[in-house]
Design a protein around this ligand. Structure first.
Ligand code: MGD
Ligand code: MGD
Ligand code: MO
Length: 688
């Protein structure tokens, strides 16, 4: 909060161990230092290259080309903490890890099911879309342990009359509050209702509840999935969802009644140890009703950073396909490394164990956004060199390796002047639309460079014999886009198409019923309920302590953008001037013998036996299921064990942290009543 407030970075800085300060350095010296460290490594896999999702397509493409020319696939990415389960799960289910809907589909959907995201705070523009659906009588079904006010009702600031009369459109006609992590059982329960209804319908000679012809033509695994669903006991399902049988049945009924339906989801689905299993189940339901490739229907993961999806498309991927590597080799005459690299979790482990010695971050706040904060920060401090390319200071810059650099870059709103004139950059949004944008403001300093330029100069310094024309790419980013078009078929005529108003849309093959899976069909994938919930972590926690074990979600307040805070309020949840709060059901508060406003310490319990505890959180009684708790990220990241992640996608399970509570005391070392001038806060909001 404080560091952000210091304003923009204007010169490259080098950490000076003698004075324990950062001091200005020339760009040439900075790149030389990077080259010295990278060239000194025994193996290119001793370096890791992080990306945060604001990086443009052009910068991301050059970055991955540089890193692969250097010789590694170590690409930890913010996606590894965000929608990786979506990318991995949907790839397996429908052949490509992206959503299938476009904005127009929302106009035609009978029902929108919203799972585990909080658009009121995190996707405010989406509320306008949902409001339109609600106004025309479409059903919006919210599934979220917390009653999020933004989802319940919504005042559109764009509609002044509504504001004046203080009326608002109810957003979600139906709101269901499962326990944290209960979605898998809920979705399986919906399938079980459908299966039972289907059997009855067929027995009476009526048509099937499922879209049999779609299933027949396009999918594999349906019968096995239904067999697993039929085998699963209702009691188990109800137990894990935390919903009443009637509520579960009504969700199934609404799903069945919807001729067109969209599933939207966010971090409440992805950040679990069973995140990928959740995604399979979302896809199963859509496939079973033929809801893919049909107008008004489909899958809609709601992403975060402006280009987190595009960075992946551009090849920022620790597990690249052979096809991508072959294309890069063909176009650039390089030999891309074939060995898969490290994502976020493995990078942290490798740094800690001394296997990764150089860390370079293109944006982001790695030391704070990642799990297991003390371990992670120690891991970073063990590096020979840490480099951060950033617009503003953040905490990660203080967690240095032996050598450390901060390289200041242009922000999105600034003019990016290069040899051929001012340059624009492109991003791909959650709905796979690619469009250009360019900054208008003069740069804050003459001594800062654009992200693509920093990457190109770094590449030149590190790889003096490289045949890639790094500097030429920077003269005009059209050059970069032409090369992107050479590597990726779907970006053919990139420059021509992207300069058209609104850019262009990348088609999802699944909408044409083309399935890029091993079987060539969409795949029904199911994990037995017991396997999902007989979670060893929770068993361990229960055995370890005689105390009640709760499940904690770590989530966002209204006044933050990930690790950037622009205020201390969470106005839709009624929290003001503080962030160290713990949302808790009144029944839990009573049975633990606590009181509202009391200070508690939160300890997480994992089978690795490490003691993880955060101190001084104030209890806020809240509408959240018994046994479920919520607190803000990143203050609670020290509680998330690095080893607690989705098995396949390795996403840290930051929404299912087993914790116990201890009575605590008011914090001594920091002042919670930090006042923020409203004007300053607004300014920060508009900057973001
Ligand atoms: N203002 C603002 N906007 C942002 C961001 C920000 O920090 N601030 N971050 C951006 C980024 S990178 C991202 S990824 C998105 C994140 O946007 P969201 O996906 O909304 O992420 P969270 O705020 O973590 O909220 C998760 C929601 O899931 C619910 N939830 C938690 N556990 C469960 C569960 O087990 N089941 C279900 N069904 N629900 C659950 C929580 O109650 C909460 O409403 O927002 C983006 N936009
Ligand atoms: N416990 C817990 N942990 C989580 C989550 C959670 O819900 N719970 N959410 C996870 C999610 S979804 C995500 S996406 C990650 C986010 O992880 P990150 O992407 O690493 O974190 P951010 O806070 O978004 O990064 C903000 C920093 O980026 C820099 N920056 C801003 N704009 C630019 C720019 O234009 N260029 C450059 N080079 N730098 C810029 C600024 O220095 C700023 O301080 O956190 C994850 N961590
Ligand atoms: Mo994210």
């Amino acid at each position: 909060f404080y560091l952000e407030d210091l304003g923009r970075l204007t010169d490259p800085m080098r950490y000076d161990i003698v004075s324990d300060k950062y001091i200005p350095i020339s760009w040439d010296e900075a790149f030389k230092l990077i080259a010295k460290h990278l060239q000194a490594l025994d193996d290119p896999n001793q370096a890791a290259f992080y990306t945060s999702g604001r990086t443009s397509n052009e910068a991301a493409f050059l970055y991955q080309l540089f890193v692969r020319s250097f010789g590694t696939n170590n690409f930890p990415d913010c996606s590894n903490m965000c929608h990786e389960t979506t990318s991995v799960g949907l790839k397996q289910s429908i052949g490509l890890g992206k959503g299938t809907v476009i904005l127009d589909d929302f106009d035609q959907a009978d029902a929108i099911f919203s799972f585990g995201h909080n658009p009121g705070t995190n996707h405010p523009r989406m509320l306008a879309t949902l409001r339109e659906v609600s106004k025309r009588g479409g059903n919006i079904v919210a599934i979220n342990p917390i009653k999020e006010r933004g989802l319940e009702r919504f005042q559109d600031p764009q509609a002044p009359l509504e504001m004046m009369t203080n009326s608002n459109t109810p957003i979600s006609r139906y709101y269901f509050q499962p326990k944290i992590g209960g979605d898998y059982a809920l979705l399986l329960g919906v399938l079980k209702h459908l299966s039972e209804w289907d059997k009855k319908a067929l027995a009476r000679g009526k048509s099937s509840v499922f879209d049999r012809s779609f299933i027949e033509k396009n999918t594999v695994g349906f019968e096995q999935m239904i067999a697993e669903v039929d085998r699963t006991e209702w009691e188990q399902i109800h137990n894990y969802t935390g919903l009443s049988p009637e509520n579960l049945e009504s969700i199934a009924q609404m799903f069945l009644d919807a001729k067109t339906a969209i599933f939207c989801w966010g971090m409440g689905i992805t950040q679990h140890r069973h995140g990928t299993a959740n995604i399979h189940m979302l896809a199963n339901l859509m496939l079973a009703r033929g809801h893919i490739g049909r107008p008004g229907s489909g899958l809609c993961p709601v992403r975060g950073h402006s280009n987190v999806q595009g960075d992946r498309t551009m090849g920022i991927n620790e597990n690249p396909s052979e096809q991508l590597l072959d294309s890069l080799d063909r176009v650039f005459g390089i030999q891309s490394p074939r060995k898969h690299g490290y994502g976020v979790v493995d990078t942290i482990k490798a740094m800690y164990e001394g296997q990764v010695k150089v860390f370079i971050g293109l944006g982001g706040n790695f030391a704070v956004a990642t799990p297991d904060t003390p371990y992670t920060q120690e891991a970073l401090r063990k590096c020979n060199l840490t480099v951060h390319i950033a617009t503003k200071l953040n905490r990660s810059h203080l967690v240095c390796g032996a050598d450390a650099l901060i390289l200041p870059c242009l922000g999105r709103t600034e003019v990016d002047q290069q040899l051929h004139g001012p340059q624009a950059i492109s991003v791909e949004d959650s709905m796979s639309n690619v469009h250009l944008s360019a900054g208008r403001n003069p740069p804050i300093s003459e001594n800062i460079l654009s992200e693509p330029d920093i990457v190109a100069r770094m590449a030149e310094a590190v790889l003096p014999t490289s045949q890639v024309k790094w500097r030429w790419y920077i003269e005009s980013y059209d050059h970069i886009r032409d090369s992107i078009a050479d590597v990726f078929d779907e970006f053919h005529d990139f420059n021509q198409r992207v300069y058209q108003a609104g850019g262009f849309h990348l088609e999802h093959p699944a909408n044409q019923h083309v399935w890029n899976t091993p079987s060539g069909k969409a795949q029904f994938l199911i994990t037995p309920l017991a396997e999902v919930y007989e979670d060893t972590e929770h068993q361990y926690a229960a055995a370890y302590t005689q105390q009640k074990v709760y499940t904690l979600m770590t989530t966002r307040s209204h006044d933050q953008y990930n690790t950037t805070l622009y205020g201390l309020d969470d106005r839709y949840r009624g929290v003001f001037g503080q962030r160290r709060v713990l949302f808790m059901n009144q029944l839990d508060i009573d049975s633990a013998g606590f009181e509202a406003d009391q200070w508690v310490d939160i300890e997480s319990v994992f089978s690795d036996g490490v003691k993880r505890i955060v101190h001084s959180f104030r209890i806020v009684p809240y509408n959240i299921p018994v046994g479920s708790l919520a607190a803000y990220y990143p203050e609670t990241n020290p509680l998330v064990a690095l080893g607690s992640h989705d098995k396949q996608a390795k996403i840290p399970a930051s929404k299912s942290v087993p914790v116990i509570l201890h009575a605590g005391k008011a914090p001594e070392h920091f002042n919670l009543a930090v006042e923020v001038e409203p004007e300053l806060a607004n300014q920060r909001v508009s900057n973001l």
